[in-house]
Design a protein around this ligand. Sequence first.
Ligand SMILES: Cc1ncc(COP(=O)(O)O)c(C=O)c1O
Length: 299
Amino acid sequence: MQQQFNDKNSDIQIWVKDKLVPRAEAKVSVFDSAVQGGDAVWEGIRVYNGRIFCLDRHLERMQNSAHALAFANVPTNEYITDAIRQTLNANGMQDGAHIRLTLTRGEKTTSGMDPRLNQFGCTLIVLAEWKPPVYPPSIKLITSSIRRNNPMFLDSKIHHNNLLNNILAKIEANYAGADEAIMLDMNGFVAETNSVNIFCIRNGQVLSPTPDACLPGITRGLVIELCKENGIPVAERNLSLTEFYTADEVFCTGTMGELTRVSEIDGREIVNKSHLEVLAEVQGYFRKLTEEWGTPIGH
Ligand SMILES: Cc1ncc(COP(=O)(O)O)c(C=O)c1O
């Protein structure tokens, strides 16, 4: 699965630091922390039906990530929300758009690792593109040889831009002709894929890996809430690859692709022996939420 360039995004307006600029002029300094050390945090956010989906949850996670990394002079949620609104309105985006929201530690006075060199405040980037959910109806996975970070190294609860582990895993998927790669945790249990969370369904029960080595995804959290609200048994526990190979249904969750069925892992077809259609049910609840929920974009 490879995303394709959408010509509608050729001349979009992008928010960089404190103003909107045309795509061709949307640049950060070579002294920016994102360039120097991947020292930034980010969120992927969707726009449905005139609303910004789960904006509060995304802003809370971004603020928590920035706080954990001890960023200084972080813009307020009000400022970020206003920048998002201005960007969406400038591009006439009300639906079918995806926002890549990035907050870097900002520009440095000279190159170097020390955050004390960052004396100009954070750099905020609001990149909104025309982009419907990116995955086909079902995807194939392989298991990567790269482990997902565990809190001993770099806590996955920080949604940071140090994505090389995930990129190496994605390269393995590309070479293997798969859509994405599963990343295991330090103990060999399934953590998530290189870019989305993963669930399996066994005998009607929805199961998610514990959020120790995976990103606690917002879509993942919604799926767990929707199961609880609708009487679908759901649990978080350590899950091995074998439990995924032999599950009735497997699916991934993320803002970029919503809820996507997995048809094959490491060459093993996922066979629904229960004949229950739990994923379709949860996808229906999620679709309803996207139609009703969210912060109005306004003008
Ligand atoms: C590694 C990883 N896992 C999972 C997700 C899905 O998270 P969310 O549902 O909040 O989009 C993302 C999204 O950015 C991600 O980068």
